[in-house]
Ligand binder design. Structure first.
Ligand SMILES: C[S@@+](CC[C@H](N)C(=O)[O-])C[C@H]1O[C@@H](n2cnc3c(N)ncnc32)[C@H](O)[C@@H]1O
Length: 287
């Protein structure tokens, strides 16, 4: 849950807002425009309370003494990120993946007796996107899934979201996408008001902390066949978007595909990819 309490004792002045947003931007690439002063004030007020500090000025001083210690930054990321997501989000794009791009790759790999598939969800939030991909793999490959060496990686900057992903228990809210009743029945067990994901699907992906602003960390990933980088570029300014897209391009295999969110495009950010069109969706290919 995102903290919403507003503590009137903690006023964030404009000058301190600029200092605080610069500190967050430098580390994470997350950029707060001028109209986000109250958002930062509200979301971080609880941190001041927990640390026993009496002003944002003290908090900024405290952050500056942290040097390499990331613990407080993780608390900030947990507080300021919006982890909105749900199963089977943007069905037209998932159809292109399930019906065309995945089968093509599977056929190519089978032909050369290569059983490796690497898929990365680069802002996986609480896991719905990654588990959607795991369900699609399970549906498409069926009993042959076990013959494949699948690396399905979900990463995010929010440790809180990653813990929710590892927990894999969801409320009704996560099911507002195009998931069918059959998929829900097959892959989830209702427990009270929640739904627990089937253990087999839960065991397919791996979740890991990764800050997209860290190009060295991205460079250490295996070459990916598919990258889902959906609904996260909105956090970044143009400079960071370009930097993230360069790292993503480098880590994508030749012939691999990048998928963005429904309202997103690389227009004005990167011209390195080739656009491929599908009914109701497009994907970016690295030739
Ligand atoms: C709106 S969610 C998108 C979830 C999913 N990809 C989808 O489209 O449904 C955006 C996610 O981006 C993550 N995020 C924001 N800045 C990030 C960064 N610098 N590195 C990695 N993840 C980041 C947030 O924590 C949040 O979980």
């Amino acid at each position: 849950m995102i903290p919403t309490s507003i503590d009137e004792d903690f006023d964030l002045g404009e000058d301190q807002f600029h200092q605080l947003r610069d500190i967050i931007y430098e580390k994470s690439g997350i950029f707060f425009t001028d109209n986000k002063l109250y958002l930062l004030q509200n979301r971080l007020g609880n941190r001041l309370k927990d640390l026993g500090l009496s002003s944002f000025e003290e908090y900024i001083r405290y952050l500056r003494t942290q040097n390499g210690n990331m613990a407080e930054y993780h608390k900030i990321y947990n507080a300021v990120t919006i982890n909105e997501t749900y199963f089977f989000r943007f069905q037209a794009q998932l159809d292109a993946f399930q019906r065309k791009l995945l089968p093509n790759l599977v056929d190519q790999r089978r032909a050369i007796n290569d059983r490796q598939l690497n898929i990365w969800s680069a802002a996986s939030s609480s896991g719905e996107e990654v588990y959607t991909l795991a369900m699609i793999l399970d549906e498409y490959l069926g009993s042959t899934l076990g013959n494949w060496n699948v690396q399905l990686l979900g990463t995010d900057i929010s440790q809180r979201a990653l813990n929710q992903a590892r927990e894999a228990t969801y409320t009704r809210n996560s099911f507002r996408g195009a998931i069918t009743d059959l998929q829900k029945e097959t892959y989830f067990e209702p427990i009270g008001n929640e739904f627990r994901l089937d253990g087999h699907i839960k065991s397919i992906p791996e979740f890991r902390y990764l800050n997209l602003n860290d190009n060295q960390e991205i460079g250490r990933l295996k070459k990916m066949d598919f990258i889902f980088c959906r609904n996260v570029l909105i956090y970044f300014d143009e400079v960071v978007k370009e930097k993230v897209l360069r790292s993503i391009y480098d880590v994508l295999s030749h012939g691999g595909y990048l998928f963005l969110g429904e309202a997103e495009s690389l227009h004005g950010i990167s011209s390195s990819f080739k656009v491929e069109y599908f009914p109701g969706a497009f994907a970016y290919k690295k030739d």
